[in-house]
Design a protein around this ligand. Sequence first.
Ligand code: BEZ
Length: 257
Amino acid sequence: MAAEEKPTQEWQADRYAHHAHFVPTLGQPVLELLKPRPGERILDLGCGDGVLTEKIAAAGVAVIGVDASPDMIAAAQRRGLAARVMNGAQLEFAGEFDAVFSNAALHWMKGDPDAVIAGVVRALKPGGRFVAEMGGHGCVAAIVVAMVATLERRGIGDAASAIPWYFPTVGDYRARLTRAGLVVDYIELIPRPTALPTDMAGWIEVFGQPLLKRLPATDRAAAIAEVVARLRPVLCDEQERWTGDYIRLRFAAHRPH
Ligand code: BEZ
């Protein structure tokens, strides 16, 4: 399959709010690392439906949210936020932000992480901060293995190439930030087993589309059931509570004066 034909992730704000409301809730420590100050101008990169963008705005900040998903941006605009559709690898800002913030979005910008970081650096004022959290090396490894095994059993030989996420190590991402001209003040990989509010089938339906779309539509429900069965002994307890094997990469960097 040619690169431009790769199945892509499609976001539906209502389904996301139902199965994945933990994502912004667990973003609180990143907000604390950002320390937004009244009067600042901040970009929320990959703002989704704007739950955290709204919290940044509540600190007295002029915040702009960008996201590649029109449905998510529509949801953010319904909250009254300044939000617009934009590709994270083609940011259209120059020297205007005191900080760029991002939660749980950078791992989706897999194609060209250096272009994403270069756009952030361009968007920052001298001295401006880049504070973010994304999936880190080993994130959702059990889920990835179960999904790839399920696709391969159905004859999809290159299933691993359809994994839509970029989960870097500390060394990889620190090197990219530094090469782009940023000073890294803090960077850490944080294992964070994450209670899922619904179940693994819901998680796969929301986050696993690029992998599922490699299968005929008529086989997807059976494939989800197979992934769930593979993961049950690892990620589900006896009370039917599911835990995602999340690992975060959290960092703070700044553009020198
Ligand atoms: C994450 O936020 O780390 C994540 C989200 C979706 C899929 C995988 C990881």
